[in-house]
Design a protein around this ligand. Sequence first.
Ligand SMILES: [Zn+2]
Length: 1010
Amino acid sequence: MSQQGYVAAPPYSQAQPGMGGYQGGFGPGPSQPLYGHYGGPPQAFSTPPTGKKLVLLYLGCFYSDMLLSFHLIGSVLYPAPPAVSAPYGQPPQSAYSSMASPVPPPTQQLTNQMSAMNLGSYGPMQSAAPPTSPVAQQPFQTPPPPAMGQMAPGPQSPPPTMPMGGQSMAGPPMAGMGRPFPGPPPTGPGGFQQPGPGLAGPSGFPQQAGNCQFGGPMAGLQPGMPGAFPTAPGALAGPPQKKLDPDSIPSIVSRRLILLGVHTFTYQHTTLVILHFLILISSNASPRFIRCTTYSLPCTADLAKQCQVPLASIIKPFASLPKNETPLYVVKHGETGPVRCNRCKAYMCPYMQFIDGGRRYQCSFCNCVNEVPVFYFQHLDHMGRRVDFYERPELSLGSYEFEATMDYCKNNKPPNPPAYIFMIDVSYTNIKSGLVKLICDELKSLLEKLPREEGMESSAIKVGFVTYNKILHFYNVKSALAQPQMMVVSDTADMFVPLLDGFLVNYQDSRAVIYNLLDQIPDMFADTNESETVFAPVIQAGVEAFKEAECSGKLFIFHSSMPTAEAPGKLKNRDDKKLVNTDKEKMLFQPQKGVYEQLSKECVAQGCCVDLFLFPSQYVDLATMADVPSHTGGSVYKYSNFQMETDGEHFLRDLRKDVQKSIGFDAVMRVRTSTGFRATDFFGGIYMNNTTDIEMAAVDCDKAVTVEFKHDDTLSEETGAFMQCALLYTTISGQRRLRIHNVSLNCSSQLSELYKSCETDSLINFFAKSAYRAILNQPLKNVREILVNQTAHMLACYRKNCASPSAASQLILPDAMKVFPVYMNSLMKTAPLVGSTELSTDDRAHQRLSVMAMGVEDTQLLLYPRLIPLHNIDVSSEALPAPVRCSEERLSESGVFLLENGHSMFLWLGQATSPDLIQGIFNLPSLAHLQANMCALPELDNPLSSKVRAIISGVLEKRPSSMKLQIVRQRDKPEMLFRQFLVEDKGLHGGASYMDFLCYVHREIRQLLT
Ligand SMILES: [Zn+2]
C-alpha cells in the first residue's frame, strides 16, 4: 500500500475552518505534563495555570471488575501552585499503602501471625520503622534461615541452582538487557539469541515444582490432588511458628480491594461534571489507550541496562470509551490536512512549543523549528500559550483525530466503505451439528446490527456470502433478484470471484434476497456427505473480492476441520507430543510457511482482516490455520467438539460481539518519540514490512500493540520524553482518518524513580508477549529460565540501588512491583510455557496467539483470574462480592465460587453447599441432582438466582469474548479443569506455587547480591 501520504508534508494554504463543539475550560499548563496512572503514586497535573484556585486531584484506580478508570478524588482550594516536583494529591506513599485503611486485609489476623512468625509487613500493615528510602518500600521479610528451614538450602535437598547466581550486579549477567528475549522479530531465522553459556545449565525450576525444593516442609506444601482439601492451614507446612503465612505475601486481591476502597471514599467528593471535565482536559492519552511499563524512563541506556526493567508501551488505539466519556474529537483542516513537523512528520500536539509571537513552533520530538502555516496562526497569551489553546483538541488533548486528506488515501482516491463476507463451511460435520442452520438464523438478526457511523441511519458496510467444502459457492444477492443465485468455483488452485455485481451488497437494500438465501443454505446442503474442506482458497476468495470491489473489510470464516482437500494450503497432521519438552517443541508453535505467509501479506495489503471461528473435533494445526488471522488483526475462536446445546449460545455471544465491535480498517500505525529513545520492537496482530510502519488489516477495540523502546542517547530530566502514536485508518463508513495518541513521560537519573513509576500490569503484558514470541525460536526451558532470571535481576537491582539497608533475609519488593512475582509465576504456568503432553497442541497455540494481541487488562485477568465467593452475597446490594485469592485454601466445603479469567468461567460448588443455595440457584433439592454438562443457570424467580445470573451476565458483557459457564462440583473429575486456574497453587501440569516461587526468587536475589 502506498505510504506516500503518510509521510508527505501537507501543503499549508487553506484557512482553518472553525471548530465547533469543543469546550474550553481550566486545566494544566502544556509544559511537562505528568502522567497519572494507577498502581503507582497518583500524579496530578503539574503546573496549574496561575490564578486558578481550583486544583483537581485525581487518581487512577481499579473497579472490582478491573476496568481502568480515572477518578477525581477531590477538589481543593489551593492558594498557590506548588512546585512541579511535588504533584498535588500525591500521598506520602502510593495509593496502595496510604489509602489502605478503609479496607482491611483479607484477614484480620495478619498482625498476630506476622509477629508470631517473624514476617515483615505487607500492604496495609506498615512496618514498625517508616521507610527511609526515597521509594516507599514495604519490606516483605522472611525470617533468617535458621528459623525458617525451608528458606535455607538444606544439605539433603540441595535447591536447584540458577547459573547466573553469584554474578555481580554491575556485570552483564544476561544476554538480554532490559528485555528478556533479545533479537529481531521471530520471522527472521535465528533471530533469537541463544542464551549464553551461563544460562544453558540445567534448572529444575520451575518446570517441575515437585523437584524444586527449598528444603524442609515448604517443599511439600501443596497437598496432593485430588480430594485433598479442605486444607487446614496446618497441613501446609511444619510447625505453625515456622510456616509462611499465605496472607502475608503480596496479594493481587487485596490490592484490588484497597483501590476499591479509594473509589468508595472519594466518590462523596466527586461530581460527574468535574470528572468529565478532567478527562477532557488531559494532554496525555488516557490509559485506556496507552499504558507503559514505567512512567519514568531512566536517563541513560546504562541505567536501563542495569535494572533490566523493559521500557515498553501497550497501545490499544481503538479502546472502547464508556458512555460518560467524550468520544475523540475530529479535527478538520480541510484540504490542507493536519499540521505536521517538516522534519520528523510528527502531528500537531500539546507538546509543540510556540515561539516568536506564535509565528513558529518548535517540535518536541526532533527539535526542528517550523513556520506556523498562515491559516493556523494564532497569538500567544502572556504565558506563551496560544489563545485558542482550549478550542483546539490537538493543542490541549492527549487523544484526537484528524480528517485525512487525499494524500493519505490509496491511489489518491477516497476509500469505499468496508465489506463483511460470511464464509460458511457446509461440510458434513457442520451440517450435522446444526451449526450451519444456527449461523444462518443468527445472521438474519445480526446483520441488522452492523456497526454504523455515529448519526447515520444504517450501516455503510456491505455484505457478501460464500459457502464451501472442497469447492466454493458464491451468491448473487442483488436486491433486484427474486431468488439468490449460486455460482460455483471448483478450481481452488487459481481462485477468482465469479461475480462482482450482486456479491457485495447493502444489507438494507437486499434484505429480502439475503433472508431467502439464509433460509435456503441449510436445506441446500442437508444431504451432503462431503467431509473434506479447503481453507486457503477461502481466504484467497475473500481477498480477491475486496480487490475487485476496491475496499477493505473482514472475513468471518466458520470452519470445522483441517483442510485436507487437494488445494493450496492443504495441511497434514503434524501434531507430535514426543516433541514436548525437547528442543524441537518450538515446531509445534511455528506455522507452516508458504501459502499462508503469502496470504497474510496479500490480506494486509488489501486491508482484509480474517476472523476464524473453529469447530474442531480433533487436531487442526491451529498454529498454521490461525497464521493469517493473527497477522491481520483478526480473532480466532475455538469450540472443540461443538455441541448445539452446550456451545451454541456461547458461540453466538462471540459472534454477536465480534460483528458489532468498533473497528478501523486498512490501518498503518507509527510511533514517534522525542530524541534519545525510539521504538525498536513490536508485538501484536500486526504485519511489518519495514522497521517503523505497523500495518494492520484491521484493528478493533480489544486489540493492542506492545511497543518496546530503546535508548539511542541520553534523555533529559528537564524536558522529559514524548511519544506520539499516529494511526491512519479507514472508518466503517469509508472515511480516511488519523487517530493520534500522545503521552509524555518523566525521565530520571535515579533508578528509584523508575521503580516507583513501574506498572506491574503493563510489565507482565510485555513479558507475556515477548516470552510467547520467543518460544517460536527457543526451547521452553530457556525461555522460562530467562523469565525467572530477569525477575530476580530486576528485584535485585532495586534492592541494591533503591532500598534502604536491611537484613539479607528480607525480601524487599518495590512498592509498584509487589505483585509482579505472582503474575510472573502464573505466566510460566500457562499452557504455552509449560511443557506437558496432557495439553492440546492446538489449545497451546491458540492461547499463544490470543495473548499476542491482548491489552493490559486482558493479560492481567488471564494471569490472575477473579475468584468470587457467591455463598454469602448480599442480594440487595449492587456491588459485586470482593474476590478472594486464587488458591485452594480460599475455597470452603460449604462455599459457592465463580471463577473467570476472560476465557474460561466456572461455578464451583463445595460438597457441603447448603441446600438453600442449591435450591435458590438451581431449583434442585441437592447437589447430587445436578446434571453434568449444565452450562447455564435456570431463570428462577428468586433474589439469589437473579443476583447470581446478573453477576454472570455482567461479567460476560465486559469481556472481549464470551466464556462458557462450566459448573463443577467439589471432587468431581471436571474439577481438575477448574483447579488449573488457582494460580497461587502448584500447577497441575507443572510449575511452582506462588509461595515456592517467591522463596526461589528471593534466593536468586540473595545470590545476585553476594
Ligand atoms: Zn519534528
